[in-house]
Design a protein. Sequence first.
Length: 267
Amino acid sequence: VGDSCCNPVSMGYIKKLVEKKIPGIYVLSLKIGSSLIQDMENSFFMNVNAQVSEVCRQLAQDPQLQRGYNAMGFSQGGQFLRAVAQRCPAPPMLSLISVGGQHQGRVYGFPRCPGESSHLCDWIRRTLDLGAYSKAVQEHLVQAEYWHDPLKEEEYRKNSIFLADINQERGINETYKKNLMALKKFVMVKFLNDTMVDPPISEWFGFYKSGQAKETIPLQETSLYKEDRLGLQQMDKAGKLVFLGVQGDHLHFSEEWFDSTILPFLQ
């Protein structure tokens, strides 16, 4: 949210760090739009399904990736790349590393929106509170597309145009399940002191227990897992799911932790 592919203190820094630590590796930092400004704006306002389609196009046209690639997404990028894995099996995604991705969505307010005092963040908060599941908001506000209100489950399942689809809430797309299960590893990083994602357990695919917003349950107790709608139960039993915790607030981690914990999945 509010970032771009090549910001030297964020995604650009991560790209250079990986290239430095793994000599000879090819790293593509995805840009959605024709400029860095457009890339940043699209993280708020470009329909997520259109973003996923654009990424699939970029990957399919990159000759360096045709034999397969490892994908790493930060925050909302984690679930967006999972959609790429489910919808676009060519070229093949080998492993998916989700760093703070909200795989069961998030709810309430818009905590620590980039630029805390900006009118944009205030407008997004009001819009989400008033009509997250209206057609116009769903199609034009990224954060609404993974808005998951545990007190309005039926409305969420019916009207969410992105998250409810990739989480198989309206029926089973066997292709989604088959494609996700083709991953060698699905790594999920949860920030143990997260104040931005509500509930933080969404980063490990858990969520609120149905019908209330206080008690949370892990992935293994959700209907998504028990019914194995995405193949996560089979992947878990096969050792393909990796749950990592790191001390710190949302996306706060040290270079040392990244080197020792994340880089081995890219080698």
